[in-house]
Design a protein around this ligand. Structure first.
Ligand SMILES: NC(=O)c1ccc[n+]([C@@H]2O[C@H](COP(=O)([O-])OP(=O)(O)OC[C@H]3O[C@@H](n4cnc5c(N)ncnc54)[C@H](O)[C@@H]3O)[C@@H](O)[C@H]2O)c1
Length: 334
């Protein structure tokens, strides 16, 4: 049976999701493209052959010709629209974060628990990236011995807005690392501290975080939103018996004039295209079978990312290490 999918938000991410639904998801059709900006919605819908366009997300969610929803509108819309999907009894893939507010994530969990089944997959697609898949399987297979540390670097060319702050680096950019590291290590965070060096200009400086896990590991995360040279994500998992590191993904290398060079992408979309496709296929499988992805993030994971991000922003402002005080994990998510 073909699953009819509505994409809410037709900006950068929404257009990419709509393209994946239309071109890379056998068994799915792009039913509706919904955006407050009708010109944008129409542009994406026409380019991809969507059946319809709309501008009211709540009305789209309750349509009888829509089986599942992908939310790619701004952060503050994710929790309210996920709740609307749960009320309508429809599976939803919400872009990250589920919310920047831990309380809103708790409300989503409570709604799922009251309904007695899962509806919400959160779009932390890094979990589907082959590098992290191999790190997790090396750890699970016992090849690395006990995990000791995980080092992470997340660099963008430049900040999208001139008023981007260190706190926003923690709440907007770092959640990818927060989520994928706790997924790879299989534990939660106990504490977080955050620091910034001084730049010579007014641009936001990198943020460097140190986190302790509940299992006694150390995690370092550098978020550099103004790295200037390219989009660059690195990670290395260090165990007692060895370490496993992500390679820079590049199809070619140019050797000339006594030097060797590979290219960097300008942003994340090419680097993680395969991960988005895998994530969306896992979501389609969930829509068709009711079987929730074993890799992807659920509402609890959305809560965990929001809680550590909120604590990290406070730790940066306070200049001290803070405990990450999470609620007890409900049985429903174990
Ligand atoms: N997973 C990732 O790697 C990744 C990367 C980038 C962005 N994101 C997330 O995706 C989301 C969208 O980001 P973006 O970069 O595409 O933003 P964007 O600004 O390019 O697009 C957002 C779109 O949503 C529309 N919109 C706003 N409010 C709406 C509403 N109530 N109903 C319908 N449409 C509405 C806007 O008109 C706009 O077209 C954000 O939450 C962001 O955090 C995730």
């Amino acid at each position: 049976m073909t699953q009819r999918i509505a994409v809410i938000g037709a900006g950068l991410m929404g257009a990419d999701h709509a393209k994946i639904v239309a071109e890379d998801l056998p068994g799915a059709t792009l039913q509706v493209v919904c955006d407050m900006d009708q010109v944008r919605a129409r542009g994406v819908a026409d380019a991809l052959g969507a059946a319809d366009v709309a501008n009211d997300p709540e009305a789209v969610i309750s349509r009888t010709d829509v089986d599942a929803i992908i939310i790619a509108s701004p952060d503050f819309t994710h929790a309210p629209l996920s709740l609307a999907c749960i009320r309508a009894g429809k599976p939803v893939l919400s872009e990250k974060p589920l919310s920047q507010k831990p309380d809103e994530c708790i409300a989503v969990m409570e709604a799922e628990m009251a309904a007695g089944r899962r509806f919400v997959q959160v779009g932390f697609m890094r979990r589907f990236d082959q590098s992290y898949v191999e790190m997790k399987s090396a750890l699970t297979a016992g090849k690395l011995g006990r995990a000791l540390m995980m080092h992470n670097f997340h660099r963008n060319v430049e900040t999208p807005a001139s008023d981007f702050t260190g706190a926003m680096a923690i709440t907007n950019s770092a959640p990818h690392e927060f989520d994928v590291v706790r997924h790879v290590l299989g534990c939660e965070y106990a504490s977080i501290s955050a620091y910034q060096p001084k730049r010579s200009d007014a641009r936001v400086a990198p943020v460097v975080m140190v986190l302790e896990t509940t299992d006694g590991q150390l995690v370092t995360i550098e978020i550099n939103n103004n790295a200037a040279y390219g989009y660059d994500v690195r990670a290395e998992l260090v165990g007692e018996a060895g370490s496993i590191a992500m390679n820079n993904v590049a199809y070619t290398r140019t050797d000339m004039r006594l030097s060797s060079a590979t290219v960097y992408e300008a942003d994340w979309r090419g680097r993680y295209h395969e991960a988005y496709v895998r994530q969306n296929r896992a979501f389609l499988h969930f829509v068709g079978t009711g079987e929730f992805t074993s890799i992807g993030s659920n509402a609890w994971d959305g809560y965990a990312a929001a809680k550590v991000a909120e604590t990290g922003a406070k730790a940066l402002a306070a200049g001290t290490k803070l405990a990450v005080e999470m609620i007890a994990k409900p049985e429903f998510y174990k």
